[in-house]
Structure formats: structure tokens, C-alpha cells
Design a binder for this molecule. Structure first.
Ligand code: SAH
Length: 400
């Protein structure tokens, strides 16, 4: 196995279990490792400190373990078993004796959340009997078959299909033969459930793993605010917030997304839960343009845009984007209205986002109270040594 030697003093963050090694920390390597290869990391004093996946880029090693142990199928089985135990503790994953979860009727959840589960570069979402696995690093791509075998064993019959989806998540230049393919089973038609509401999961063509399970609790909260309201769900994607609003007793629900595919998914999901319900209408249109031409007096608006900043250098423009978007919503929402506003940009922290929303409210001249401060759910845990894993933030606001 290739070895990586750090520069003197560059082991501090690793002693605090931070899972990334940047290229600038590396003194030399024993030979030239291949991308995706598992490497052992040593301090300048030749002391073993970690094992991880090597990749060319600013993060050169993603640490899998700080214990001197082989990265084999058993390793992944141990990690996945812990991840599963966490989801059982939350009440999301089925118990080993087949007992149902706590009765909330949810079979869609995140089983592995990258660094949050000490598996940097790996995401696994479970939708009923199907697992959708995404590699965000070359190393996880290289190990995909090992991981799939470990997953099958740990889930012990609870998973019949494993769909591997890495076409859009791996560095393009790596030329690895990125693929979207079933590693187990082959179901293409699945309906999953969240808090008793059903939705189609399009893991073949959908974004990310097919559905955003990270908004589960926030959608649930929205349901309780929906009664009698006129709801506008911006950036609706699969319409998650929309069908919760309908169950909550909304007077009307309008869903907007610039992608026609997303609008089709939203209509299909609404149809699944509330067939032929005239309260819902969906529009394939740009969010900013839609907000400019609003005629309906909405009193509950959801803004859940895609990540405006994918990198730190895009931060300034991202903040401007959040200000512009939220300002439009503040200008249009009815007095006594409720605004659910989110940011899923990792590069934008909680305070920066709140300042952007504050700036937007002030510019629109509205009086605003913060009712709730929202974040990612427990199945998207944050590794305490890796605060960068905190990405989803939201505010629920009362607009006077
Ligand atoms: N709220 C969704 C997730 C939103 S993902 C949920 O609960 O699952 C972001 C969505 O924004 C994507 O579906 C994307 O198509 C859409 N989008 C991106 N840019 C847009 C724009 N300018 N106007 C409207 N929708 C946009």
C-alpha cells in the first residue's frame, strides 16, 4: 500500500479527527498512488496516523479510519452497521426483528451521509426496498462493489435493489467510466413513503438520489401552518412541500420549478396522494420571473432554491442571490403571511444566511419575526470534527 508522509506539524487537524488532508499538507508519497487508491498516512516523524482514499485535487486524502485497519468488506460492514444503528435510534430504519418503526409511516431516509457517518465521499439513501448509492470521491467509486456487498449483508434482506448513481457526482476528468446502474436487483418503479404521504422516486433520472429526504421534518412543520392558506412552493422539485400543504388543509397550492421534469414529478406525486384535487396547480417557470408577476395573494411561501454557492469563492454572489430572492418574497407575501426560507449551500453559514434574509426584509420594509430556525434532520448527521458537514439551514418567519 502506498504511503503518504505529511509535512512537519501538518498532523494537528488529524489528531482532532478532521477527515480531510489538503495537498499543501503532504511532504511526499512513497510512490505515485492511483486516484481512488487506499493509502496510509504518516507524520513527519514516521508515525501512522490515518488511512484514506487518495484523489488528485485540493483534498488529496479523505480519511476512512484513524485505526490501523484494512479497508475491506468487513470494514464497510462495520461502518454501515453503525450507520444503521443510528437510523434505528432515530426511529427511521426498521428494527432487526422486523418490527415497524414508530408508526410515522416513513420508509425513505438517508443511511449514509458522507463525513457525518465517517465515510467521506459516500451517500446512501433508502427508499423502501431500494438503496440508492452515490460516490462523491474516486475511492468510493473504486470500492462500490465492496460497499454494495456490505450493504446487502448489513441490511439483511431489507434491501432488494441497489442502484449506483455517480454519473454527475464524480470529477469528470478522472475518466473512470462513471455509471448509473443497478448493482443488485433492478426495480425501476418504486413508490416510497414519508410520514404517510407517497411519492415516486425517479432514481434513474432524478436529481441527487431522486428525492430530497433532508426536508422531511421541515415539510412536516409546514403542514401545521397550512390550514386555510394560499401556498406558493417555489423550487418545488418533486413537490414535497406541496403535498404536505395539501394534507394540512391549504386553500390552494401553487408549485413552481424551472424544470418541466420537476413539474411532471410534482403533478404525479400530487396525483398519487390527492387525485384530481383542484386545489393544486404547477408552473414550469423561472422563480424570479414568477415572483415578479404574482397575482394570487399568497400567505404561505416556501423558498427552497438549489445551492447558490457551490464553492467559497462564489459566496458573495450567492448572498446577493439570497437577498434578491427573499426580497421579492417579502414584497409579495400577504400581511400575516408565513415564509419558509432555506439555503442548502454548504459555503453559506447560518449567520450569513440570516443576515441575507434580514437585509431582504429591511429592503422590503416588512416587520418580520423568526418563529423557527431549521436545519438538516438527524439522518444527515454532522461529524463533530467536521463542522463543514452542516449545510441545510432555514427560517420560518411571520411577516406582519
Ligand atoms: N424543495 C425541493 C427541493 C428543491 S431542489 C424539495 O423539497 O424536494 C431545487 C430545485 O430548484 C430544482 O428542482 C431545480 O430544477 C429548481 N430550480 C433551479 N433554478 C431555478 C429557477 N431559477 N427557478 C425555478 N426553479 C429553479
Amino acid at each position: 500500500m502506498n504511503k503518504i508522509f505529511l509535512k512537519r506539524g501538518k498532523d494537528d487537524s488529524l489528531r482532532r479527527f478532521h477527515p480531510w488532508i489538503f495537498s499543501g499538507a503532504i511532504h511526499h508519497t512513497s510512490a505515485q498512488p492511483e486516484e481512488g487508491e487506499t493509502v496510509e498516512v504518516y507524520t513527519a516523524e514516521n508515525e501512522y496516523i490515518a488511512t484514506g482514499h487518495y484523489q488528485i485535487g485540493s483534498i488529496m486524502v479523505r480519511v476512512l479510519t484513524f485505526d490501523h485497519e484494512p479497508i475491506d468488506q468487513q470494514f464497510y460492514e462495520r461502518k454501515l452497521a453503525t450507520a444503521l444503528d443510528v437510523r434505528r435510534s432515530i426511529g427511521l430504519a426498521p428494527r432487526p426483528n422486523g418490527q415497524p418503526t414508530d408508526g410515522r409511516m416513513t420508509n425513505a431516509f438517508r443511511l449514509v451521509h458522507g463525513e457525518g457517518d465517517n465515510l467521506p465521499g459516500l451517500v446512501i439513501d433508502i427508499y423502501g426496498k431500494t438503496a440508492v448509492m452515490q460516490a462523491h470521491s474516486v475511492g468510493m467509486h473504486t470500492d462500490r462493489h465492496l460497499i454494495a456487498a456490505a450493504l446487502q449483508k448489513v441490511m439483511d434482506g431489507a434491501v432488494e435493489n441497489i442502484f449506483y448513481k455517480s454519473e454527475t457526482t464524480l470529477p469528470y476528468k478522472a475518466e473512470l467510466g462513471q455509471e448509473n446502474a443497478f448493482l443488485l436487483g433492478g426495480s425501476t418503479d418504486d413508490i416510497a413513503m414519508e410520514n404517510g404521504l407517497r411519492f415516486h422516486v425517479d432514481w434513474l433520472r432524478g436529481q441527487k438520489t431522486g428525492f430530497f429526504v433532508d426536508q422531511r421534518e421541515n415539510r412536516s412543520l409546514l403542514e401545521h401552518y397550512s390550514k386555510g392558506r394560499k401556498v406558493l412552493n417555489m423550487f418545488c422539485y418533486t413537490g414535497g412541500f406541496s403535498f404536505y400543504a395539501m394534507r394540512g388543509g391549504a386553500q390552494l397550492v401553487h408549485s413552481v420549478d424551472s424544470s418541466q421534469k420537476a413539474i411532471d414529478l410534482t403533478n404525479a406525486n400530487v396525483q398519487l396522494n390527492f387525485p384530481a384535487d383542484p386545489r393544486h396547480e404547477a408552473f414550469a417557470e423561472d422563480a424570479f420571473r414568477f415572483l415578479d408577476h404574482i397575482e394570487t395573494p399568497y400567505d404561505l411561501i416556501i423558498l427552497d432554491p438549489p445551492a447558490f454557492a457551490k464553492h467559497k469563492d462564489a459566496l458573495h454572489n450567492a448572498l446577493k442571490g439570497y437577498i434578491r430572492l427573499n426580497r421579492k418574497a417579502f414584497e409579495k407575501i400577504q400581511p400575516g403571511g408565513i415564509l419558509f426560507t432555506f439555503s442548502c449551500s454548504q459555503a453559506v453559514n447560518k449567520d450569513q444566511f440570516r443576515t441575507a434574509v434580514f437585509t431582504a426584509a429591511a429592503a422590503a420594509g416588512r416587520k418580520v419575526r423568526i418563529l423557527h430556525q431549521l436545519h438538516q434532520p438527524a439522518d444527515h448527521p454532522v461529524n463533530i470534527y467536521h463542522p463543514e458537514g452542516e449545510y441545510l439551514k432555514g427560517l420560518v418567519l411571520y411577516v406582519e
